[in-house]
Ligand binder design. Sequence first.
Ligand code: NI
Length: 173
Amino acid sequence: MSLRKILLHPDPRLKKACEPVGDIDAGLRKLADDMLETMYDAPGVGLAAPQVGKVLRLFVMDFSAKESEPDPRVLFNPRFSWLSEELNTHEEGCLSIPDIYEDVTRSERVRMVYQNIDGVEVEEEFEGLGATCVQHELDHLDGKLFIDYLSAIKRGMITKKMKKLKKELARDT
Ligand code: NI
């Protein structure tokens, strides 16, 4: 396994609609393993393929509590089969927008159909942090970021801050 570089907002690769993955081969499993390692290293609870520059419909996550056993998950070609009408508001962050946390309102529960690491199609229901996480990550595959749910003014301020951060990081290297 190896660490991949996480793209920071703003980046055109984070705004693209991703392509479905075909056969889940060794290359895709290696990408998923690398993404998990990169996510744990960051650390974060979710990471989508476009965040490491791959325009593919794939994300990884682990929303288990810190004190419990790790529960790494890999979801290929995920899509919703159901979204609850009941909504919930959670504070969200994103590895591509470090140190920014804002409330986002989404469905409280969702059912998702996806292919697991073995290529088997499964349907699973998520609630709580899991529901927030899968909705946030699936948005990434459609080129959408959590700051897109905020007001244009707030989003503009965050983007300005991120551009400054990227300039500083470029200077450091
Ligand atoms: Ni994110």
